[in-house]
Design a protein around this ligand. Structure first.
Ligand SMILES: *Cc1c(COP(=O)(O)O)cnc(C)c1O
Length: 379
């Protein structure tokens, strides 16, 4: 094991990241992308899991194309994968161009204005294009893209190495938007001729592979998250999060737990007080009671210890969360840890309890945990 393991005794939680599972997930997605190839989306510090560890592991496994969002992400990834292509999904921004070119980072140009500004540089460093086929986020409109495709003067001043678009609804496999976007993008690519292209994110890969294109751009599925609604998640789980149990206390039926006294105990209870809270990215929205979401969805977050599910009692607080461990054997509690995410508590169950998605939970995990990186692919 490597990484931030040295100060675990000083921390309230431990986050174990299985790099072997990330590599296995990438190989799986790469197979599903054939005859195309899977790149890896590593924006936001590899979805919060540490690009510093994830990128070298994937590069060693043969991944040669990475997508980050921001120039600074690209700059920090470059030394980790010196030979790889690194695309920047958020395009160009004032003041960043020289650093991008110096590190061989490839911007995904996101508007006609960005295309013209990149072309004005003169040296034709490689670029990519984002085409908006329905998301209304970044990208040239289909009409702008078709005009650019036929503009030989402008194109002669550009070295376009990749053209991409992004699904708005790939997680809902029967949404009509998907077919519409595929058709719009195919029309654009027909006018560009023989340029490498990509469309599928994780959900796109799981439902339709590469859609006939050369590259796919999976992110969340690499990290074990659920990409498609309503089908069993085929990816290997990657993250285990455990909180340190600081104290186990007994409280009588009728007493209340945590801020606002929103949870009143229905029975004499044992309560594990743990050193993880919303400042660690364990969302307050997932509190057992006393937050707006609980009025809509009764179930809050749950931990797992000694073979038992242990519901969160009352509000999650900044540094501490209380779990109902009534009936959990003392020796299991004495080991001192409760699972918050892991083999018994899937990431996406945590997300659902907080009214959000696995992406937001992962990227919110933050710097407070002792991080352990496991390297073995098969065990
Ligand atoms: C984040 C992102 C991806 C990866 O999406 P996942 O759903 O995590 O697979 C792919 N393409 C673009 C443009 C993105 O912004």
């Amino acid at each position: 094991m490597t990484g931030r393991t040295d100060n675990g005794d000083l921390r309230g939680g431990r986050l174990t990241i299985d790099l072997g599972a990330i590599v296995a997930n990438w190989r799986d997605l790469d197979r599903r992308s054939r005859p195309g190839r899977a790149a890896a989306v590593v924006k936001a510090d590899a979805y919060g899991l540490g690009a510093e560890h994830v990128v070298p592991a994937l590069a060693a496994a043969g991944c040669d194309t990475f997508f980050a969002a921001m120039p600074d992400e690209g700059v920090s990834i470059r030394p980790l994968a010196p030979e790889a292509r690194i695309f920047l999904l958020n395009g160009i921004q004032p003041g960043a161009t020289d650093a991008m070119i110096a590190d061989g980072l490839i911007p995904v140009l996101a508007s006609l204005q960005q295309v013209e500004s990149w072309a004005a540089g003169g040296d034709r460093p490689p670029c990519a294009l984002q085409i908006d086929t329905g998301m209304n986020r970044l990208g040239l409109t289909v009409d702008e893209a078709l005009a650019l495709a036929g503009d030989d003067v402008l194109r002669s001043r550009l070295d376009i190495v990749h053209v991409m678009s992004h699904f708005a609804c790939a997680d809902m496999s029967d949404h009509p938007m998907n077919q519409h976007q595929i058709e719009s993008f195919q029309a654009v690519m027909a006018s560009f001729g023989d340029i490498e292209s990509s469309l599928s994110n994780s959900a796109g890969v799981l439902t339709g592979g590469a859609h006939g294109l050369a590259v796919t751009r999976p992110g969340i599925a690499l990290y074990g998250g659920e990409a498609v609604d309503g089908i069993a998640n085929p990816m290997r789980p990657v993250v285990t999060l455990e909180a340190r149990i600081m104290q186990v206390r007994s409280a009588a039926a009728g007493e209340t737990v945590s801020y606002g006294a929103t949870h009143r105990l229905a029975r004499d209870s044992r309560i594990a007080i743990t050193s993880v809270g919303y400042a660690d990215g364990y969302p307050r929205a997932g509190s057992g009671s006393g937050v707006p979401l609980r009025d809509a969805v009764p179930e809050g977050l749950c931990g797992f210890v000694g073979g038992h599910r242990a519901p969160v009692l009352g509000r999650v607080t900044m540094d501490l969360t209380c779990f109902d461990v009534t009936g959990v054997p003392d020796d299991a509690l004495a080991e001192g840890w409760i699972e918050l995410i892991g083999p018994n508590i899937p990431l996406d169950d945590v997300a659902r309890a907080c009214g959000t998605i696995g992406y937001e939970v992962l990227t919110g995990l933050g710097p407070r945990y002792a991080r352990h990186y496991r390297h073995k692919e098969e065990d």
